[in-house]
Design a protein around this ligand. Structure first.
Ligand SMILES: Cc1cc2nc3c(=O)[nH]c(=O)nc-3n(C[C@H](O)[C@H](O)[C@H](O)COP(=O)(O)OP(=O)(O)OC[C@H]3O[C@@H](n4cnc5c(N)ncnc54)[C@H](O)[C@@H]3O)c2cc1C
Ligand SMILES: NC(=O)c1ccc[n+]([C@@H]2O[C@H](COP(=O)([O-])OP(=O)(O)OC[C@H]3O[C@@H](n4cnc5c(N)ncnc54)[C@H](OP(=O)(O)O)[C@@H]3O)[C@@H](O)[C@H]2O)c1
Length: 520
């Protein structure tokens, strides 16, 4: 279907996307009357491809996106971040109901069981509006050209074949993402084994006992939801949770608070173990794991296995056709301009390896676009603010306390609850989002820490567990990265909106007057 000359509303797009999910006909939006050569073809219209295209177009260039799905935006709104946030919000609500069961106005939740299948179906029924909006916005507001519902084949570093037609461009931007790397153990094909993608597309029963393989963000986020829904969940991880290579700057006190909190909520967390096999007769019945210290094995009965073992870039096609250089895990190697080893070929997003985060995909796309349009633009993604969910929202930026102590002589810590004070004795942080907990279950009201260099007075790191503070971390990241960073004195002179979820301004003010900073 060629939609170039028609104006399609959001409601029409929702129906179209749904219809085209079931068929293989392309959706074409190409300005045939524009005789300029494309500055770039974006292979993949996910977070990276769409934002890169938008920027390139805004700079006056001409672009084309080719995507195999009938919508733009990629995996985030379809299978990944958006369902993850829906599940995490459900987990937070369910957690509150469980702690407050029979108290105040809360109903008795002793036998509360929320349907995981129902929440998955809720997501699937609603995700089309995000797809529709991105198609609509990209065409009607951003003036982008695209061909959807058609896989693209790269022919050479200037040519892409899509929907039976060859298109030429000065440059290619590869952004086709990554996919789950399933562990190489028997049984992953059994009914009842899912990853984040198949959970959305294929879940067809209500799980009653879950084993999760992996100890990083996906494992913790989905596991916390399953447990909160009332499906008893065991996480099996080779390393301590949150200590995998893809997560940096994780503060040990924060980590302990998060993992203790998961255990308090009934999750079984087995660390230092590896999966041996998933077993069952057509359907999952148990997972066998091995203790990595003594080699002993045990079986964990379950009807649901969730694979949280991370993703691998999908780079085979580009290696074969273009010969792009890749790293150990198949990630396409790029420089800070997003240039690959092949002239005129850029790569972005999950395809270039971890961190696999939206900011990196989008800014990578924009960086490629700017360089293609003649700017000299570098993107350094080695440091960034980070977050994940348990039943809490967990955000951090900058150095952990341990990292700071290795690099600085005079590290000062501002922490709530303060070091050495039993968490149950003090309802701090007492803040928006955790007020009910603070007044009834003080130890559940969260955790926060600021790390300061006592000599220069610069803020080195911020760490938070609670609700509603993630926004602040985007700006704290910017303040810390400015030349000169931000000092405790500058933090203390900012205007807080009291009560706020993270108290960093007012706590800094309590110490800022002192020439010799001390812990708080
Ligand atoms: C469970 C989960 C939760 C997450 N939550 C968050 C979060 O909360 N915040 C965050 O920042 N990050 C999150 N992420 C990471 C985030 O989703 C990714 O980093 C981001 O989507 C990557 O964008 P991308 O453009 O590189 O790839 P994608 O968005 O995956 O886009 C790739 C596009 O390429 C297309 N494609 C593939 N092959 C072809 C082909 N042959 N021809 C044409 N098109 C093709 C696909 O259809 C797709 O549209 C999460 C990831 C997971 C797995
Ligand atoms: N922002 C968000 O909220 C969010 C949410 C989800 C995902 N993401 C991003 O998406 C990417 C993937 O995240 P992820 O959490 O799925 O994976 P990940 O961070 O890559 O971690 C993979 C986990 O699986 C384990 N693992 C890997 N192979 C294994 C095997 N064969 N057997 C047993 N365990 C194995 C790893 O253990 P070892 O440490 O022992 O290797 C690790 O605990 C990351 O870049 C992440 O940042 C972001």
């Amino acid at each position: 279907m060629d939609i170039t000359l028609t104006q399609t509303t959001n409601a029409q797009w929702t129906r179209l996307v749904e219809e085209y999910m079931q068929k293989s006909e392309p959706i074409i939006n190409v300005h045939r009357d524009d005789k300029r050569k494309y500055n770039a073809i974006f292979v993949g219209g996910g977070a990276g491809g769409r934002f890169g295209s938008g920027y390139l177009r805004a700079l006056g260039g001409r672009q084309l996106i080719a995507d195999r799905w009938p919508f733009l935006g990629g995996s985030c709104p379809h299978l990944a971040c958006v369902p993850h946030h829906l599940f995490s919000e459900a987990a937070r609500e369910l957690d509150l109901m469980r702690w407050f069961s029979g108290k105040l106005w809360f109903p008795d939740a002793t036998n509360l069981r929320a349907s995981i299948l129902e929440v998955v179906e809720l997501f699937k029924a609603g995700r089309g509006t995000a797809h529709a909006f991105m198609n609509w916005q990209s065409k009607e507001q951003l003036d982008l050209e695209y061909i959807l519902n058609a896989p693209a084949t790269v022919i050479d570093n200037h040519t892409v074949e899509v929907a039976g037609e060859r298109f030429q461009a000065d440059n290619l931007v590869l952004g086709t993402g990554a996919a789950t790397a399933f562990p190489n153990i028997p049984g992953t094909e059994l009914h009842g084994v899912y990853d984040f993608a198949t959970l959305i597309e294929d879940l067809d029963f209500e799980p009653s006992r879950c084993v999760i393989i992996g100890g990083s963000k996906t494992a913790i986020e989905y596991g916390s939801f399953f447990q909160a829904a009332g499906c008893p969940t065991t996480i099996v991880a080779r390393k301590p949770l949150m200590r995998t290579a893809s997560m940096h700057h994780v503060d040990e006190d924060l980590r302990q608070y998060v993992v203790d909190g998961m255990r308090k909520r009934g999750m079984q967390i087995l660390e230092g173990v590896e999966p041996v096999a998933i077993q069952g007769d057509g359907k999952v019945q148990q997972v066998t794991i091995r203790d990595m210290r003594d080699g002993s094995e045990q079986t964990l009965p379950c009807d649901f296995v969730f694979i949280g073992t991370g993703e691998r870039p999908k780079s085979e096609h580009y290696r074969e056709v273009l010969g792009v250089a890749v790293g150990e895990k198949g990630e396409i190697l790029v420089d800070k301009h997003m240039r690959t080893s092949v002239p005129n070929v850029y790569a972005i997003g999950d395809l270039i390896g971890p961190p696999m985060e939206m900011f990196k995909a989008r800014k990578g796309g924009v960086t490629a676009a700017r360089n293609i349009m003649g700017e000299s633009c570098e993107f350094d993604w080695t440091d960034y603010p980070d977050f994940l969910h348990s039943t809490y929202e967990i955000s951090w930026v900058g150095l952990s306390e341990e990292e700071a102590r290795q690099r600085y002589k005079n590290v000062v810590i501002i922490q709530m609850p303060p070091k050495g004070v039993p968490y149950a004795d003090i309802p701090l942080p007492c803040a928006e989002g955790t007020m009910l907990y603070a007044f009834m279950f003080p130890e559940l009201s969260g955790f926060q820490k600021a790390v300061v260099d006592g000599d220069t007075r610069r803020m080195l790191g911020f760490h938070h567990v609670g609700y509603g503070a993630k926004d602040a971390f985007q700006y704290l990241d910017h303040l810390m990265r400015r030349p000169g960073g931000i000092t405790i004195d500058e933090m203390g002179s900012m205007n807080e909106l009291f009560l706020n979820p993270e108290h960093f301004i007012q706590l800094s003010r309590l110490r800022a007057g002192s020439p010799d900073l001390r812990d708080l």
